[in-house]
Design a protein around this ligand. Sequence first.
Ligand code: ATP
Length: 229
Amino acid sequence: MLIKAEGVSKSFGNNQVIQNLYLSVTEGEFLSVLGSSGCGKTTLLRLLAGILKPDSGRIATNRSRIGFVFQDDRLIPWKNVLYNVSLVSSEERAKKMLKRVELADALYKYPGELSGGMAKRVNLARALSYNPEILFLDEPFSSLDVVTREKMMELIASLWKEVNLTIIMVTHDPLEAAELSTRVVVSSKGFKRLQEFELGDPGGRTFEENARISKKLLDSLRKVSDFVQ
Ligand SMILES: Nc1ncnc2c1ncn2[C@@H]1O[C@H](COP(=O)(O)OP(=O)(O)OP(=O)(O)O)[C@@H](O)[C@H]1O
């Protein structure tokens, strides 16, 4: 087991965001956490990554190298793209990763000169240049236009396959989850109710199968969202 959360709870003031959560992540899987807005997905991701500490319960992991793609871009505005990515690795590796996300022509641009999609890809390159064993993605495709989104999804799918990464992605989009994941966890607010879907290798699925899975995930999301606490 790569990550194991046991009886984890987390509150911010009076707001109990996660309550008594049990969740395990296995090496090599592409796990998506699907939930409506504000249900605590980002908090869960930060807990699993060790960025936040639980109030009670325990999170065990046997890997130390993680990459995290945050929802917001978090680039240093007065430093160029190459500098922003080189912060966590060598310049050589940063260049290699920026090429991988098709930004070889944008090395010396500043964050203010990037489109939303380019900034997301810089973030992805930065997370990857650290050569992570686990990659955390927080809504990586939100606010992207359809074509860029499709490209980023293909890129992440091929990276996952090539380097045997473990990916944990948070999303509110059932089709995204269906297209990419080996397993999906659908959560209610506060993670009080979870439904799990074992999907297997996403590479072997047709568009029609993904559409069917997406419909199932949406039904599940509706059900858990109706759950009265
Ligand atoms: N650092 C913080 N301080 C106080 N409250 C917080 C903090 N982080 C999250 N929260 C609260 O926890 C709840 C869940 O937030 P979280 O960002 O985890 O949800 P989410 O499912 O990722 O939402 P979204 O899909 O809108 O990003 C919200 O009510 C939010 O206001």
